[in-house]
Design a protein around this ligand. Structure first.
Ligand SMILES: [Zn+2]
Ligand SMILES: [Zn+2]
Length: 199
């Protein structure tokens, strides 16, 4: 099962159709125990998306919508991002490319991932997910996200991973996997949203 197919299937399992396209919508808490169903890839709206580090030295572009957008609570992402979790916008590697400032990137390898940052401002730019053969950029670095507080539909996270090793509860109604869904090689175990406040 490819990451794309699995993520697509999970997205489908929690999606509500609107205007011909499935929109990710929060699930009720009781629905989070439902296992993802594995079905055909959903129809996608292809578009070009650009982004940059904070200082603008490094710019990147994706020529398609992401295959998945997930919130990762693993200890490595939390520390590397100095954040409670990292929103990963995942693409096929050849679909996400650096268009400016590649020579200003610094690489830091954490086990299975190579993490690239801007050497000028320190912003995280993208990661090579070597074990999944995917490339991930970070939600907040894309243009058009932030000032108005809105996130494009195709960039809305659809589930959380490594929630069990995280530190905070996120009450957004999305599935919370202890590690990863089975389709991505994990235990498939889901946790309640209040897992951290109750332990
Ligand atoms: Zn920069
Ligand atoms: Zn992570």
């Amino acid at each position: 099962m490819s990451f794309s197919k699995a993520a697509t299937s999970i997205t489908r399992a929690i999606a509500t159709k609107s205007a011909g396209f499935p929109l990710a919508r929060p699930l009720s808490l009781s629905a989070t125990t439902a296992a993802p169903t594995l079905t055909a890839p959903r129809r996608r709206c292809f578009a070009s998306h650009t982004g940059s580090c904070h200082c603008g030295t490094v710019k990147f572009q994706a020529d398609t919508d992401p295959v998945a957008v997930v919130n990762c609570h693993c200890s490595v992402c939390r520390r590397c991002h100095s954040a409670s979790y990292a929103p990963l916008v995942v693409f096929e590697p050849w679909k996400l490319r650096v268009t400016q400032g590649a020579n200003r990137l610094t690489k830091y390898t954490t086990g299975k991932e190579d993490r690239f940052s801007c050497s000028c401002c320190g912003s995280k730019v993208y990661s090579e997910l070597n074990h999944l053969k995917k490339r991930a950029a970070f939600l907040q670095n894309f243009d058009g996200h932030g000032a108005d507080g809105k996130i494009r539909v195709s960039f809305k996270p659809t589930f959380h991973i490594f929630y069990g090793s995280g530190t905070i509860d996120v009450k957004d109604g999305l599935p919370k996997y202890d590690t990863l869904p089975a389709a991505l090689g994990g235990s498939d175990k889901q946790l309640p949203e209040n897992f951290h406040s109750k332990r």
